[in-house]
Design a protein around this ligand. Sequence first.
Ligand SMILES: O=C(O)C(=O)C[C@]1(C(=O)O)C=C[C@@H](O)C=C1
Length: 376
Amino acid sequence: MTDLGTIRQEIDEIDRGIVEAFEKRMDLCRQVAEVKIGTGKAVLDRGREREKLETLAALASDEFNAHGVTELFSQIMAMSRKLQYRILTEHGKLAGEEFVRTEGLPSPEHCVAYQGVEGAYSHAAACRFFGEKAAVKAYPKWADVMQAVASGEADYGVLPLANSSAGMVNDVYDLLIEYRNYIVGEVELKVEHALLGLPGATLPDIQEVYSHPQGLMQCAHYLDRHPDWNRHSVSNTALSAKKVLEDGKIFQAAIASRLAGELYGLQVLESPVNDSDKNTTRFIVVCRKNLCRTDAGKVSICFEVPHESGSLYNILSHFIYNNINMNKIESRPIPEKKWQYRFFVDFDGNLADAGVQNALTGIRQEAAMLRILGNY
Ligand SMILES: O=C(O)C(=O)C[C@]1(C(=O)O)C=C[C@@H](O)C=C1
């Protein structure tokens, strides 16, 4: 039997040959990129790749190797594309060039929009980001906030995007696509809910509890310990406090902030009632203008991929290849395309970074849709 050392020597020699052939191939791909820049032809040519994979797989001696050859050459061609995107980027074909770079965000001229009523967590987030003196304006729905920003009625809008216990705020993700506003900032707020009742009410009086669905979700374990309480959703936590005051019923309680309790003259029956003491909501600040702070360190994008095997993997490979740290991925259904999804990804970086530009150039060409939602 041949010993391991001898076999390995032979493998090493073959591998050297593969590297040499790979480098020759990449040199040719460099030339392909120059031609494509000249002609404006897209880097990705699915037809050519499919044909190549079929031809090469047919050269293999058995099915196992045919599968291996398909895998190997898919990767080689993916590498070739990444090299070409880099060259495209070097030639100034930048993804994300539509953004206007700014040292700091301009102060609001008109107002900052938030959803709910005074005392809402979004109100607190707006004050945290823009300062207590900023002119804020409440709107009934999240879509109204987006619309006010899109129309210029408000300079900025503050919306909750995710909560550390209840997860993503689906509707706000969908609104980011529906409206062409940009994310220009973010603010995290530790959320501590209180159970609020009318002055004089006690815990045993309570039968009906009102809050925003997110508030109810974030206090689900606490509420489970009171199975006889009926839970009701309203459009905002602070609004639930207002409602309890206005209804004047001793058996009603709201789940909202202490501040909302103070504003609407309710008393704290129990606090905190959220299940996790780390309960934190991440709010985004949106603007109609495509502003990007020069020191921005996070990019948010949304993309759709063709409905075929491996397409998400291919898109994510652009982050790995360009050494980009992706810190969040979420998906939302595309209503017009049954069982298809759009993806929302956050990653570290600035649109001026070469790696970010390479990755976005690749994703722009290979995804069915790409939107850069913001760099902040
Ligand atoms: O032939 C091309 O057009 C290339 O860009 C080269 C190549 C390859 O590496 O073979 C790479 C990307 C295309 O999707 C198809 C093929």
